[in-house]
Structure formats: structure tokens, C-alpha cells
Design a protein around this ligand. Structure first.
Ligand code: DX5
Ligand code: ZN
Length: 225
């Protein structure tokens, strides 16, 4: 059964106090910490790389859910494994030719493989990655165009979540972008169980309350399904 995982996006945190921001989120009920890795090429923005993951790992035991918005994900596997990443989610658009080798290497590095897709990418493109002898363990359906926090949730991406949930009842399905108290019910009832939320959590007067609203929505949708 796919259980609720609430993953605050550290992109919206105070990067100058990353360790204490991570601790704060864990104390407030976060299951995972979502780390957005952007290379300034696959997406226009540039964020953090393996050295920052390595530093953060020294301060927290939390599950570091790394989302790699990069052009050559295979080049990042070894450095991220060494740095202590927990999950390694690459984009299907950036791994057309080598996803089999990529998944193998991610697992060998002791990380959990996931695949992400942009809003315009058809869901069929990830099916082969879920249905083979060495599958990904999570699919991340982007609910905004990757690159920046604080964008508006795109409800039209929910058809992809519904299709995935119908096909794979116990798969981890993550949604990322524009999630918060006003959009969570749509995503949860479509079947998403891993919820990334940046601005809605960090921008709230009481982030713990938002985390708990997100969790309750996922758990409620689960009971009704
Ligand atoms: C966007 C990133 C997201 C982002 C989400 O490219 O992948 O993880 O931080 O931020 P919000 O929740 O503010 O849309
Ligand atoms: Zn992300």
C-alpha cells in the first residue's frame, strides 16, 4: 500500500540555515526532505549539487528525496550516492537512451530510483521504466513546469496521476509544484501519495499545520478509494 509521504521542498527554505531548516521540518512532521537539483541547462535555474547534500547529510538522518532537473543524470549518480542521497529521481526527458543503466547504477549506489516527467510529457513514456525487471520505485508527476518554486498548480496533469494509480495500485506517485491546502484534495483523490510542497509550507505562519493538512487529505483519499 502506498502510504502518505509529505516532503517539504527545501528550495523554499532559508538556504543559509539549511541544517536547522531541515531539523525544523522533521520536527513539524515531514516524512522526507525534497531537494531540488537544477543545473542551469535542463532548466534555466541553478540550485545546489552533491556537496550541499553531503554537508546536510552530516546534520540529519532524514530521507533526502533528490529531484534531479539535470541534462545528464547518469553523471550525478556516483557523487549523490557518496553524498548520502536517499532517493534519486531523474527526468525521463533526460534519459531516453540510458534509463536501464541509470536505474541499475542508482540501486547499486544504495539509492531509491524514481522517474519524473514534465507536464507536456505523455504518461506512456514512463510505463517501460515501471514495467521491467529492474523498475523505478517512484514516479514524480510534475504539476508545474520544472525550474522554480511558487508556481500555479496545473490540474490538467491529474489525468496522468489517475492513469498511473489505476495501473499501479501500490506505486509511490509523487506530485510536485503548486501543492498546498487548496490543491491537495484534487491531487490526493487522483491517487498521489507523495506530496512535495515548498512555498505553501515555508510561507505559512504554521508550517506544521500545512504538513498535517496535506497528510490528512492523502490518508482520507486512501480510505475512500
Ligand atoms: C520546481 C521544483 C519544486 C518546487 C515546488 O521545479 O521541482 O520542488 O520547489 O515549489 P512549490 O511548492 O512552491 O510550487
Ligand atoms: Zn522538485
Amino acid at each position: 500500500m502506498a502510504t502518505a509521504k509529505i516532503a517539504p521542498s527545501m528550495l523554499s527554505s532559508d538556504f543559509s540555515n539549511l541544517a536547522s531548516e531541515a531539523d525544523r521540518m522533521v520536527r513539524l512532521g515531514a516524512d522526507w526532505l525534497h531537494m531540488d537539483i537544477m543545473d542551469g541547462h535542463f532548466v534555466p535555474n541553478l540550485t545546489i549539487g552533491a556537496p550541499v547534500i553531503e554537508s546536510l547529510r552530516k546534520h540529519t538522518k532524514a530521507y533526502l528525496d533528490c529531484h534531479l532537473m539535470v541534462t545528464n543524470p547518469i553523471d550525478y549518480v556516483e557523487p549523490f550516492a557518496k553524498a548520502g542521497a536517499s532517493g534519486f529521481t531523474f527526468h525521463v526527458e533526460a534519459s531516453k537512451d540510458n534509463w536501464q543503466e541509470l536505474i541499475q547504477r542508482i540501486k547499486k549506489g544504495g539509492m531509491r530510483p524514481g522517474v519524473a516527467l514534465k507536464p507536456a510529457t505523455p504518461i506512456e513514456e514512463v510505463y517501460p521504466l515501471v514495467e521491467n525487471e529492474n523498475p523505478v520505485e517512484m514516479v514524480l508527476v510534475m504539476t508545474v513546469e520544472p525550474g522554480f518554486g511558487g508556481q500555479k498548480f496545473m490540474p490538467e496533469t491529474m489525468d496522468k496521476v489517475r492513469a498511473l494509480r489505476k495501473k499501479y495500485p501500490s506505486l509511490d506517485i509523487e506530485v510536485d509544484g503548486g501543492l498546498g491546502p487548496s490543491t491537495i484534495d484534487v491531487a490526493a483523490s487522483a491517487g498521489a501519495n507523495c506530496i512535495v510542497a515548498g512555498s505553501s509550507v515555508f510561507g505559512a505562519p504554521e508550517p506544521g499545520q500545512v504538513i498535517s493538512i496535506l497528510r490528512k487529505s492523502v490518508e482520507g483519499a486512501h480510505q475512500n478509494s
